[in-house]
Ligand binder design. Structure first.
Ligand code: PNW
Length: 443
């Protein structure tokens, strides 16, 4: 598919792709790795739609050199991956497991050898199972454990990782993992999941100090945002929109940027101790923004347990996940962040943006994915529009390099620029890979 020439981005703009450990690595018992909550969850009957697990995933643990060659050929300047905590600390505490860190050491050197900046996420949801057995993120102690783990990683990789990302989407880990039971560890606590928000944020703040002590590289967090599209214009609809914003878009960002928690659903002051908000507001250098779609909101029915009602957005194309394709939502979000946080907002990098489609190889083995090209084209123009309106955006990472194990959806959702045939682990770049390389990164 051809698209109109992409407008130029500022010099030095960081082009990347993202992945996460449990979704691609496989090799779940290699070199002393301990079990994580996702191993436990995936192996529990009924949790994953196709009954699959991440035991093998894309076998990236053994094929990382081939995957780095794909990155180099793509021409990205950065690669965002995550480090599996249970490889570094199989039980979540104590001395580092050298075999686990060795893998990331090899990966980082392979990236640098190909001119690709390593961007490392420390926590992309794969908590060591032993920590979950002690209460997981509901237990305040997990925050301190996370900072110790960050210290071990930075001691080994702090001279070479170019950007640290402490947590991936703490909101999704709280809501889907602990509120609604859709993700590991599978708790259904609804709004009682708030301690998971606070302890993740506390862990983030403590990890920022640990990283600063070992590394001069900038530090970020990757938050998930979904701008509100009000479906109604009554005062009750607007109040519902504010409640949803407080929960999804501000619960993590307000305290990170020094404003304390927003009043609203889910907030429980009882777990917040003196001094915690100062730890959480430790300055960060970059705000990572993961965006997939906006959320339609209107006032809830009177007997609803929720202070808002989520309404499907009509009139948009949809991805294989049934998520609406709304590129303007990304521009709106970036402007909302700037208008809401003003001077407190650090430069933004879009750390995830992408879509799932049912990509099937043709008779010649080629994968043509015009819908993904249209998706990325629209979202990049939205980023460009926000930059034109004065928002400081310095990077964009496509989710994802490879088709991979999509959590509760197993292998049924393909987000990659590169198709993976899981039976053979054969990688085939899709047409979107060539488009990103030739029309965006090196036009
Ligand atoms: C993100 N939602 O997860 C994650 O960071 C990735 O690991 C994942 O593969 C990617 O987005 C695609 O799903 C999300 O329900 C999971 O709104 C669920 C939602 C959003 C993000």
């Amino acid at each position: 598919m051809t698209t109109a020439p992409m407008p130029e981005f500022p010099a030095g703009f960081r082009w990347g792709v993202s992945t996460s450990a449990y979704q691609i690595e496989g090799a779940v018992t290699a070199d002393g790795r301990g079990p994580s909550i996702w191993d436990t969850f995936a192996h529990s009957p009924g949790r994953i739609v196709d009954g699959s697990t991440g035991d093998e995933a894309c076998d990236h643990y053994h094929r990382y050199a081939e995957d780095v060659a794909l990155l180099a050929e793509l021409g990205v300047s950065a690669y965002r991956f995550s480090i599996a905590w249970p490889r570094v600390q199989p039980t979540g505490e104590g001395a580092a497991n050298p075999g686990g860190l060795d893998f990331y050491d090899r990966l980082v050197d392979e990236l640098l050898g190909h001119g690709v900046d390593p961007v490392a996420t420390l926590f992309h949801w794969d908590l060591p199972q032993a920590l979950e057995d002690a209460g997981g993120w509901l237990n305040r102690d997990t925050a301190a454990r996370f900072a110790e783990y960050a210290d071990l990683v930075a001691a080994r990789l702090g001279d070479r990782v170019k950007l640290w990302i402490t947590l991936n989407e703490p909101f999704i880990h709280m809501s889907l993992g602990h509120g609604m039971g859709v993700h590991a560890p599978g708790w259904m606590l609804l709004f009682d999941a708030f301690p998971v928000a606070h302890h993740q944020l506390l862990g983030h703040g403590l990890a920022v100090s640990a990283l600063r002590a070992r590394s001069t590289s900038p530090i970020a967090i990757a938050n998930n945002y979904s701008p509100v599209r009000l479906q109604g214009d009554t005062d009750a609809d607007r109040a519902a929109g504010n409640a949803y914003d407080a929960l999804h878009n501000r619960l993590f960002t307000d305290p990170l940027l020094g404003r304390g928690y927003p009043e609203g659903p889910g907030f429980d002051p009882a777990v917040v101790r003196d001094g915690d908000l100062d730890v959480i507001a430790a300055p960060i250098d970059v705000l990572g923004v993961n965006y997939y779609n906006p959320t339609g909101i209107r006032a809830a029915e009177e007997d609803s347990p929720l202070p808002f009602e989520i309404v499907p957005l009509e009139g948009y194309p949809r991805t294989a996940f049934d998520w609406p394709v709304v590129p303007d939502g990304l521009r709106d979000l970036l402007l909302w962040l700037r208008d809401t946080y003003g001077e407190a907002l650090p430069p933004i990098q879009v750390t995830e943006s992408g879509c799932a489609y049912d990509d099937v190889p043709d008779a010649d083995g080629q994968v043509d994915d015009p819908d993904r090209i249209a998706y990325l084209d629209g979202h990049l123009r939205a980023v460009r529009a926000a930059i034109d309106e004065g928002v400081d955006v310095t990077g964009y990472f496509v989710w994802s390099l490879l088709d991979n194990w999509e959590w509760a959806e197993g292998f049924t959702k393909r987000f990659g620029l590169v198709h993976v045939d899981y039976a053979t682990q054969r990688r085939t770049p899709k047409s979107s890979y060539g488009w990103y390389r030739d029309r965006v990164i090196k036009p």
